[in-house]
Each structure stands twice: as structure tokens, then as C-alpha cells.
Unconditional design. Sequence first.
Length: 139
Amino acid sequence: MNLQKEKIEPLEDILKPSDWFLGDQECVTDGQEYVTLLKNYFENTSRQLVKLSDIQVVKKGDKLEVRLTINDSAQEWTLDYLNGWIDDKMVMFMNRFLRRNDIDQRFYILKNPNWGQELGIAFCTKKQSKALSKNGWLK
């Protein structure tokens, strides 16, 4: 009987370091942090397929109204203010934009029990996302 344990492929064997970003998930005070967060998580990892500009964030109670331009297209998002935590719905909004603009790659939330409260987001192809899923890297 062969009880060989399946080997997990390391994240760095699936993605280049420039294809994903890991940052502190509990870093939001007044919402202005999203200006840098959006650039780090989306623009800097997207292989120049996503260009962000004119990012404005206004906190209204427990909501954050985000206005930005993605590749010359004006966007408005409403995110939840989660007592300092990043609202990962931003991944859903960004992937909607990618679908509408026929960009094949998608953003995915990564998981690793050793990361603690950090949030990892990757920009990858379908083939890469399947490898991430198979190896337990996707949330």
C-alpha cells in the first residue's frame, strides 16, 4: 500500500514575484490607504494590462466610496469599512472590469496559514489559477 503524500508546489514555482502582492490586511484608517493598496495589488501585478488613475476614496459611515479610472474607464465602487480591514470585494470589482474588457487573466485571493493577517492577491492565467487551486493556494 503506497501512502505517499502529495507534494505541494511552492507559490514561487507557479507565479513570478511580480504577479502577486502580499500586504497587511488590517491597515485601513480613513480609506485613503486604498490609493496605494489598489496600485500595489492591481496595477503593479497586472503586467501593465491595468492602469489606475484619479483614485478618490471618501469614507461615509461604514462605507467607502471609491472613484477611479481603470484604463481610461471611469469606475465607482462601494466597499465596506471593516474596522480597519481591507474589503476584498475589490477583487470582484476588478475582475468584472477585466471580463468586460476581454482581458483573460484574473485576480485571485491567495491563502497561506503562515501569513497571519496579510492579504495576498495574484494576477494569473487560467492555467496558473488551476495550479494554485490544486496546491491549496486559493482562498
